[in-house]
Design a protein around this ligand. Structure first.
Ligand code: PNS
Length: 173
């Protein structure tokens, strides 16, 4: 048996981290020796939370779940470059529906082209999180809805405070 640690990266925008993300992170931690939750830039998205805020929210969620083999980091470059530096052997992504597949499959193929040793492992979402996304959470929070089933308790109030104040600023009179 190999003595090398098998390190996986769970990359994403995590804007903010949801219980759907946490489910994938916990399941990745069952499979790999070490998991790095990596906040990276998605050039198609304009985040609502800063990178340090997103990293901090993930850290708090990980601590509550006592996930000792899971760490958080951020990176402003290509995922494959971080993977090479950290000697990760895999990228883990959650798949919710067919709509996720096209984008995720393209990313997996590009990353494989750029870094042939790096595998992408897809975990199917748990059925209860099928509809869940960070954008849905942000939309509910911005209208004062209840997001307690969708994000961990320790970050709920911070998300609500931020999104309600953003909405007030941007709402026409
Ligand atoms: O949570 P998301 O936004 O769906 O995650 C997508 C993400 C951030 C993982 C993806 O955009 C990404 O890997 N960004 C880093 C830059 C990169 O390596 N892009 C792939 C080659 S185009």
């Amino acid at each position: 048996m190999s003595l090398l640690k098998r390190i996986a990266i769970v990359p994403g925008s995590f804007d903010p981290v949801t219980i759907g993300h946490m489910d994938i992170i916990k399941r990745a931690a069952e499979i790999f020796d070490e998991v790095i939750v990596l906040v990276v830039i998605n050039s198609d998205k304009q985040p609502s939370f800063t990178t340090p805020e997103r990293v901090d929210m993930i850290k708090r969620c990980i601590d509550t779940n006592n996930l000792d083999t899971v760490h958080v980091d951020y990176y402003e470059g290509l995922l494959v470059d971080y993977a090479k530096q950290s000697e990760a052997c895999a990228v883990v992504k959650g798949l919710r529906a067919v709509s996720d597949f096209e984008y995720e499959f393209q990313m997996a193929l590009i990353n494989k082209e750029l870094c042939p040793n790096l595998e992408t492992v897809f975990l199917s979402t748990s059925p209860e999180n099928l509809y869940l996304s960070s954008s849905v959470v942000k939309q509910i929070a911005s209208f004062g809805g209840d997001i307690s089933r969708f994000v961990q308790n320790e970050i709920r109030d911070e998300i609500i405070a931020r999104l309600i104040s953003t909405k007030r600023i941007s709402s026409p009179k």
